[in-house]
Ligand binder design. Structure first.
Ligand code: F6P
Length: 556
């Protein structure tokens, strides 16, 4: 963790004071080599790792409010905190998730078969590959059998966002004979609307839950089972139903105990965090859609970036550099939020995915040692797909009182042949980052002879940082590389903040209270009488809400 009083951190803060006296316009005028100095490739050691040219991802961070001195000091910080060494320790199975006494081994999920990694006496990589073989057999059978035309993933958080992101992102590139749908919310409107479009005999439910304790998932699985039993005309408990269910969990025994009887189940391990489980069996639905070979490509893209994070020289270590810039924006320059804007409709779920990855990992205010953090930790993560959001929140990004660093993500080659439309899409992305960085001054407007009345409203302050991620196409490899890059950036930030990025105690209290309140809501109400006496544990507002709800609760 970066000690607030340490010399290294103080030097980083001093850079913050220096750079804010400058501006992106000045920095670009002073250094004509900026675009080359502040851009790198993801998977830069690609040749060694067998990454083809078309899968390279170019990242331009020259429009960040940094210069060489800033980058140098950030890299000194990284060295001082031994960020890369700590990453290697994580990759080697050290139990860095101290509050849950767990190793953090999502990187083992894509480790090469030749790797051996013994944790608690078990070779975890061998386990992963054995499970992958079983998955392959199952996936190949489902794909060749063609009985199931619809796959419904039931899961929430990491058990939903990861597989949904892969499916949506890669659908246009790889096509699929089966259709996937994703159900997460306990609001049954969601599952009902999905089931309304399904034929029971052709539907396979993939129930994903690492813990198999998650109420949303259990509720949706129960509704799915009921629906299937009614539609197929068989009793609940009939083994025909089990053929329509697959379970993915670290605790498959809990699935059967909770009533989810599945003919097949696949495991993940307690050392895979929910939001880091995209490279596990949790992605079974997109595996069925596209085949395991495509998923293997996705994993290969991740592995290249895992290796880059571990082996690259710091000055070329893109995940490390971008993680440090995230810290710079959030904790040094004080920008409280960060927007992700893919100019690729297939990546429309990326902002939601990153919300969980970043905010559930780093939205904490207690350090590993139990002391309060001394700096701003996770930014508020948000975003949307370009160009749509240009007509929604970009006004605020350009002229609002808060500065929001933006990350643009785009591709050179679309999967369609409407090239002119694509050129316009990309032009818009470049235009936005340019407008954010350089704005438009009063002097420039005056030279345009603009209408005096409104001229001040047309000034664009500029000096708003952004990064542009540009890849040739949205392949499985590219997507894998991007996701691994974001995972490692979160790791870098967590080390600097001194927090445990791999637990999520902040979501516990709400779950416990919801269980308590649910029992109050469903108690039978006599003549609309309130439950005042039995609700003394509730605060006045919550008690009022409960009583109002009980008065108006549906009787169906
Ligand atoms: O929101 C808390 C959380 O535990 C996430 O970390 C996780 O991705 C999600 O709930 C779902 O958990 P599970 O896979 O155990 O159902």
């Amino acid at each position: 963790m970066a000690d607030e009083g340490s010399k290294v951190w103080q030097r980083v803060l001093a850079q913050g004071s220096r750079i804010t006296a400058s501006s992106l316009r000045v920095l670009f005028d002073q250094d004509l080599t900026r675009p080359e100095s502040f851009s790198r490739y993801l998977g830069a050691d690609a040749a060694q790792n067998g990454l083809e040219n078309q899968d390279l991802v170019f990242v331009d961070f020259s429009k960040q409010l940094i210069d060489q001195q800033v980058l140098d000091e950030l890299l000194v910080l990284a060295k001082d905190l031994q960020i890369v060494e700590q990453f290697v320790e994580m990759r080697n199975g050290l139990k860095i998730n101290l509050t849950e006494q767990q190793s953090v081994l999502h990187t083992a999920l894509r480790a090469d078969m030749k790797t051996s990694l013994i944790v608690d006496g078990l070779d975890v990589v061998a386990e992963v590959h054995a499970e992958r073989q079983a998955l392959k057999k199952f996936v190949d059978a489902v794909r060749s059998d063609k009985k199931f035309k619809k796959i419904i993933n039931i899961g929430i958080g990491g058990s939903d966002l990861g597989p949904a992101l892969i499916y949506e992102a890669l659908f246009d590139t790889y096509k699929s004979e089966v259709e996937c749908a994703f159900v997460a919310n306990i609001d049954a409107h969601e599952i009902k609307s999905v089931l309304n479009k399904c034929i029971a005999a052709e539907t396979l439910f993939v129930v994903c839950s690492k813990s198999f304790n998650t109420v949303e998932t259990l509720s949706n699985a129960r509704i799915a089972k009921q629906w299937l039993s009614e539609k197929l005309g068989v009793e609940i408990g009939n083994k025909i139903l089990a053929e329509h269910f697959v379970v993915v969990s670290a605790y498959p025994d809990r699935a059967a105990k909770s009533g989810v009887v599945a003919a097949n189940s696949f495991k993940i391990w307690p050392w895979v965090g929910g939001r880091y489980s995209i490279s596990s069996a949790m992605s079974l639905a997109p595996m069925i859609a596209f085949g395991v070979d495509v998923f293997d490509e996705f994993l290969a893209g991740m592995r290249v970036v895992d290796d880059q994070m571990q082996n690259s020289a710091p000055e070329n270590n893109l995940p490390l550099i971008l993680g440090l810039i995230d810290v710079w924006n959030c904790s040094v320059l004080g920008y409280a939020s960060q927007a992700f804007v893919p100019y690729a409709h297939q990546l429309k779920l990326l902002p939601s995915y990153l919300q969980q990855l970043i905010m559930e990992s780093n939205g904490k205010s207690v350090q590993v040692d139990g002391e309060p953090t001394s700096m701003r930790t996770s930014p508020v993560v948000w975003g949307g797909v370009g160009t749509n959001v240009q007509h929604a929140f970009f006004q605020m990004l350009h002229q609002g009182t808060d500065v929001v660093p933006v990350e643009f993500i785009g591709f050179a080659q679309p999967t369609h042949n409407e090239i002119l439309a694509h050129d316009t899409l990309v032009a818009n992305m470049f235009a936005q980052s340019k407008a954010l960085a350089f704005g438009r001054s009063l002097a420039e407007l005056n030279s345009e002879n603009a209408d005096d009345e409104i001229i001040k409203h047309r000034v664009m302050p500029g000096n708003r940082p952004s990064t542009t991620v540009l890849a040739s196409n949205l392949s499985a490899r590219t997507l894998g590389s991007l996701i691994a890059m974001y995972e490692h950036r979160v790791f870098v930030q967590g080390v600097v903040f001194g927090i445990n990025s791999f637990d999520q105690w902040g979501v516990e209290l709400g779950k416990t209270l919801a269980t308590e309140i649910t029992s109050s809501l469903i108690k039978p109400s006599k003549n609309g009488e309130s439950l005042k006496d039995s609700q003394d544990s509730q605060d006045a507002s919550t008690r009022g809400l409960i009583n109002w709800y009980r008065l108006h609760r549906s009787n169906r």
